[in-house]
Design a binder for this molecule. Structure first.
Ligand SMILES: C[S@@+](CC[C@H](N)C(=O)[O-])C[C@H]1O[C@@H](n2cnc3c(N)ncnc32)[C@H](O)[C@@H]1O
Length: 248
C-alpha cells in the first residue's frame, strides 16, 4: 500500500458525489456531479497522483478541481504542513467543490473559483506540484512557468498524459499513456479575447476523463491505447495567445 492507496482510503470518493450518485462511488469510471461535470475515474486519478509524486509539506495546485475530490486527496498527501489550492472554472461546481473540500476537515486544502482570465494561480505560486484534470492541446507554458524548481506538473496534452519535471532550470517532458479528458478552458481577457491557447477540441463530453485500454489506437475513435512512458519531442509548448491547436 503506497501513499496514494492510503489517500484513497482516507478520502472516500462518496463524500464528493451528489447524494443520488453516492452508491456508485466504487465504479471505476467518471460519475456525474451536475452542471455538466463528472467526478474523475479513480484509476486515472491514481495514475496521475503517482506521476505527480506528492510529498508531505509541499505546495500543490489542482487545476480543474470539480467535485473537490482530487483537492482533498492532495490535501491528504501533503498533510498539515502542506498547502493545496484547487481552482475550478465552472462557478456552480466551484462553490459545491469548495464546500466538499471544507467538509473534509483539512484546513490546509481549499478549493475556489478560478479566475477565468488566468490559467492556474500564478499570484500564489510557485507550486511544487501542479495537477491538471482537463486536456490541453499543447503543453501550457503558463503552468510550467508556475512550477517551483524542483517541481512536477501532470497534465493531459492532446490525448496523452504528460509529466513535466523541472530541475536545476531544465524541463524534461515524458508521456505516460493515452487518456480522454474534458478540454482545458482557455482564459479570456475582460474584452473577451483568448489569452492562452490550451483548449483541446477532442473530448466528447464535458468532464469525462477515463483511462483507456491497452492496444493500438482505434481509428474509429471509440478506443484509445495506453503505452509505457516515453520522452517525447511530440509535446510542444504553447507560448502564444490565440494559436490554433497543435497536432501532436
Ligand atoms: C475532470 S473534471 C473535474 C475533476 C475533478 N478533479 C474531480 O475529480 O471532480 C475537470 C474540470 O476542469 C474544469 N476546468 C476546465 N478548464 C479549466 C481551467 N482553465 N481552470 C480551472 N478549471 C478548469 C472543468 O470545468 C471541469 O470541472
Amino acid at each position: 500500500m503506497d501513499a496514494v492507496d492510503d489517500a484513497f482510503e482516507a478520502v472516500p470518493r462518496a463524500d464528493f458525489l451528489p447524494r443520488g450518485v453516492r452508491r456508485r462511488a466504487g465504479v471505476d469510471g467518471p460519475l456525474p456531479i451536475g452542471h455538466g461535470g463528472t467526478c474523475s475515474q479513480p484509476r486515472t486519478v491514481a495514475d496521475m497522483l503517482r506521476l505527480l509524486d506528492v510529498r508531505p509539506g509541499q505546495r500543490v495546485l489542482d487545476v480543474g478541481s470539480g467535485s473537490g475530490w482530487t483537492t482533498a486527496l492532495l490535501g491528504h498527501l501533503v498533510g498539515p504542513a502542506g498547502h493545496v489550492v484547487g481552482v475550478e472554472i465552472e462557478p456552480h461546481l466551484a462553490r459545491w467543490g469548495a464546500e466538499n473540500v471544507a467538509r473534509a476537515g483539512m484546513p490546509w486544502a481549499q478549493a475556489r473559483a478560478a479566475d477565468p482570465a488566468v490559467l492556474g494561480l500564478p499570484a500564489e505560486g510557485p507550486w511544487d506540484r501542479i495537477l491538471v484534470s482537463a486536456q490541453a492541446a499543447r503543453l501550457p507554458q503558463a503552468l510550467v512557468d508556475q512550477l517551483a524548481d524542483p517541481g512536477r506538473l501532470v497534465v493531459p496534452v492532446a490525448g496523452r498524459m504528460a509529466l513535466v519535471v523541472l530541475e536545476a532550470g531544465a524541463t524534461r517532458v515524458s508521456e505516460h499513456g493515452y487518456y480522454r479528458f474534458v478540454p482545458l478552458q482557455p482564459g479570456r481577457s475582460p474584452a473577451g479575447h483568448l489569452i492562452h491557447a490550451a483548449a483541446a477540441t477532442t473530448a466528447s463530453s464535458r468532464c469525462s476523463p477515463r483511462q483507456v485500454t491497452r492496444g493500438p489506437p482505434d481509428p474509429r475513435g471509440g478506443g484509445y491505447s495506453s503505452h509505457g512512458p516515453s520522452h517525447s519531442p511530440g509535446l510542444t509548448h504553447a507560448h502564444d495567445a490565440g494559436d490554433p491547436p497543435a497536432s501532436a
